[in-house]
Design a protein around this ligand. Structure first.
Ligand SMILES: [Zn+2]
Ligand SMILES: [Zn+2]
Length: 344
């Protein structure tokens, strides 16, 4: 079977490897579509894992079942169309019991084999039982690839706990920024403001429910936000770009009693220096959110089913596996594209 293997950021090769052997309690997926994630194109993050078969947002068809196991959400049969999450928790440890699934040791250790951009994927028992979801009729495989990214937003906005009518600022309008806008609107946000430097992305944000956009290639973010909010700034700021500078800017954009959500990590060696009193006297909370758990993927599936998030809104580019490097480059470039998927 063909896989797309990353050796370094600019070296992705298509290789032929054997189809994995299916254990008694595993399943084999014939991959139909796999998204390329903005996290996949953070060079320091992906290169420390190299060489690896890239991609973690697959959807496909079960072609072999090692057992008649019943999963958490439904029973599976050969021929079923599913999404599978590359990490799945144990449901029994201290972290799982309080819903912190991504801190579970099992969650961290689990993975899909060999990775998402692969003609076939082995879904190991834990992933199969604890975070594999059937795609309902009416949802395409492309819709299925959006479950994991949407689930990351579900988790983040749950942690941020949007209040009805909150002014929300979304910094960075790539696909994750757009999903943040779609869900913030659904969860009751008031005014939503997006910011980016790419016209295509700012126009998409308006299409998806942003009331205003700030073009930071031409305007100062803090000043423009002040103007748009009559000095109140934002009740919730969602920081997308992976840098300490963006986080600092996010804090500067947060109004009294507000929250700033770090949606992505910074670069590994960066420090975030802040004057704590700036947070303290304004009662500003910093909230982080890393990845997502099975409760979030289940909610994400529902949001996709309800049409809040949909492939036709967000997937702008489709590539065959042979062109994975091109899909990767396009995602890294962050210009006139939102989601790129590999279609099998
Ligand atoms: Zn992802
Ligand atoms: Zn656990």
């Amino acid at each position: 079977m063909k896989v797309a293997k990353l050796y370094s950021f600019n070296d992705i090769r298509i290789e032929d490897i054997p189809i994995p052997e299916v254990g008694a309690r595993d399943a084999l997926l014939k991959t139909r579509a796999c998204g390329i994630c903005s996290g996949d194109v953070m060079p320091w993050y992906i290169e420390k894992k190299a060489p690896l078969v890239i991609g973690h947002e697959p959807a496909g068809e079960i072609v072999e079942l090692g057992s008649s196991l019943v999963t958490r959400h439904s029973s599976l049969s050969v021929g079923d169309r599913v999404f599978t999450h590359h990490h799945a928790p144990c449901f029994t440890c201290r972290f799982c019991k309080r819903g912190d699934y991504v801190q579970c040791e099992t969650w961290k250790k689990t993975r899909i084999i060999p990775g998402g951009v692969s003609e076939y994927i082995l879904i190991p028992q834990t992933n199969l039982e604890n975070d594999t979801l059937n795609l309902p009729d009416g949802l395409s495989y492309e819709d299925g690839t959006l479950i994991e990214p949407t689930a990351c937003v579900v988790k983040a906005l749950r942690r941020a706990n949007i209040r009805h009518g909150d002014t929300v600022l979304v910094i960075g309008l790539g696909v994750m920024g757009q999903i943040n806008i779609l869900l913030a609107r659904k969860y009751g946000a008031g005014k939503i403001i997006g910011t980016d430097m790419v016209t295509f992305r700012m126009e998409k944000a308006k299409e998806f429910g942003a009331d205003d956009v700030i073009d930071v290639s031409k305007n100062n973010l803090v000043d423009s936000l002040k103007e748009l909010t009559n000095g109140a700034m934002a009740d919730l700021v969602i920081v997308g770009p992976n840098s300490a500078d963006a986080m600092k800017q996010g804090i500067d954009c947060t109004g009294a009693g507000g929250k700033v959500l770090f949606f992505t990590p910074s670069k590994p060696d960066e420090q975030l220096t802040i004057n704590p009193n700036k947070l303290y006297f304004k009662d500003i909370n910093i909230i982080t959110s890393y990845s997502c758990g099975p409760n979030d993927t289940a909610d994400a599936l529902e949001l996709i089913q309800n049409g809040i998030v949909r492939a036709e809104k967000l997937i702008t580019h489709r590539f065959p596996i042979e062109k994975t490097a091109e899909a990767f480059r396009l995602t890294a470039e962050a210009k006139d594209s939102l989601k790129s998927v590999i279609i099998f």
